[in-house]
Structures are given as C-alpha cells and as structure tokens.
Design a protein. Structure first.
Length: 124
C-alpha cells in the first residue's frame, strides 16, 4: 500500500474543496425557481384576534434593507416583521419563533404580548 504523502493529501483536500464549492454554486441556481415565490407578497388581512385588531398589507417599500414590502399592525401600532430566506416570517416580538405568514406572525405577537400594548420599534 502506498504511503500517504503531503502532496497526495493536499491534492485530495483540494479536490474535496472544489467539489464542495461546485455544489455551493449549483445549489442557489437550482433553487432560483422556488426563490421567485419568496418575493410574492402575502394577501392582505384585517381581523380581530383575541380582542386585538391585526392588519397586514403589502407596502411600496421604504428602502430599508429589511423591508420586504409588507406591513403588519397590532391595534394600529406597526409590528416589525421580516421574511427569512426559507420563506418563514419573524417579528420583533417573536423573533426566535418563525411562522408561515405575516398573519401568523401578528397572531404570535398578540399571544406573546398577553394584553400588553405593542410599543413601536425603530428599525434604523
């Protein structure tokens, strides 16, 4: 059995790194079709949930890098929401609990607030 030389080890490492890099380059292109749906704005909503009025609607955008073109309000106060790369949504109130839609984010915020008033969030 041949002895493993430094040159052979580096060659194998370089080949593995190149193969991993090729998969990384291919993966975003392969998911580009699914990525188009990511930017589709969810439907607007306006409802009363647990006695709180929650609303959501597409916006024209404000230039902020986190602005995904959708605004959510709880009793008239804006709830800062953001869409993750996987299509899930989070809010400033329930940041570590991603949900499927802005409506679900508003409902989760109402649950988390437990009757407290939502204080507006200044998103630099």
């Amino acid at each position: 059995m041949p002895e493993l030389s430094r040159r052979r080890a580096l060659t194998v490492t370089a080949a593995l790194a190149a193969a991993a890099g090729a998969r990384t380059v291919v993966a975003p292109g392969a998911s580009a079709a699914g990525h188009e749906h990511h930017h589709d704005s969810p439907d607007p909503f306006d409802e009363v949930y647990q006695g709180r009025r929650i609303q959501g609607r597409p916006t024209s955008g404000g230039g902020h890098h986190h602005d995904m073109g959708y605004a959510v309000f709880v009793d008239g106060a804006e709830l800062h929401v953001m869409q993750n790369a996987d299509g899930s949504w989070i809010s400033v109130v329930s940041h570590y609990d991603p949900v499927a839609s802005p409506r679900a984010a508003a409902r989760a915020a109402v649950d988390e607030l437990q009757g407290a008033r939502l204080v507006p969030f200044a998103a630099n």
